[in-house]
Ligand binder design. Structure first.
Ligand SMILES: N[C@@H](CCC(=O)N[C@@H](CS)C(=O)NCC(=O)O)C(=O)O
Length: 207
């Protein structure tokens, strides 16, 4: 059994998509943000960061949306979401960690108004926002999915990064991002995860 802690308006949607890809049963613990939810003693005992997404499988806790995607692909090989060849694995790890590290930092820094002082790009892991986005664009150009023709767990994470970035306009649109986003949004598991979270948002976040 997989236990899953999430909030519908969060990066939890990334892990939710991955869980829907697996087709394996899981239990969802919806957490509100606040002292009674993600900062409760019970949840902090599971994840001391008090952050979602978090999963527990076979007694092991996994946090970090990217790690959850990669871990579940390993733990459930029957889902065939991890490539076998060395060349594909190189892209699989590189793209996922690039999205989870430099891209995530670049987008967050921009959203929060943090500026890398002039001449200090070399010290920042993401270099600059424009540099990270342009590298991601080049990396995705000319390929259907991260590992080529076949969808993998890397596309759940990288796809979420591009999907959310375009939806919230935190990254600029370009043909490589738009066409890639269209391909990953066609996954039935993407649609079912969106539907589950949309239903939860409608039920709990009244406007
Ligand atoms: N590095 C983590 C980030 C997780 C994260 O920041 N989640 C946010 C929601 S999108 C959260 O739980 N925020 C609540 C809080 O920190 O109180 C990951 O990639 O999973």
């Amino acid at each position: 059994m997989i236990e899953f802690w999430t909030n519908p308006m969060s990066r939890g949607q990334i892990a939710h998509w991955m869980l829907e890809e697996l087709g394996h049963p899981y239990t969802t613990n919806w957490l509100d943000f606040g002292p009674g939810g993600n900062k409760s003693a019970d949840f902090l005992a599971v994840n001391p960061m008090g952050k979602v997404p978090t999963i527990r499988h076979d007694g092991k806790v996994v946090t970090e949306a990217a790690a959850i995607c990669l871990y579940l692909a390993d733990a459930f090989p029957q889902a065939k979401l991890k490539p076998a060849g060395a060349a594909e694995l190189a892209d699989y790890y590189r793209f996922t960690l690039f999205a989870a590290g430099p891209m995530e930092q670049a987008v967050t820094a921009r959203a929060l108004g943090w500026h890398v002082p002039e001449g200090r790009d070399g010290m920042a892991g993401f270099g600059s926002f424009d540099g990270a986005v342009s590298a991601m664009e080049k990396m995705l150009t000319g390929r259907d999915f991260v590992c080529g023709k076949t969808f993998t767990a890397a596309d759940v994470y990288v796809g979420s990064t591009i999907d959310w970035g375009l939806a919230f306009k935190s990254i600029p649109g370009c043909p490589a991002f738009e066409t890639y986003a269209e391909r990953v949004r066609a996954r039935p598991a993407y649609t079912s995860a969106k539907a589950i979270n949309g239903t939860r948002i409608a039920a709990t976040h009244k406007t």
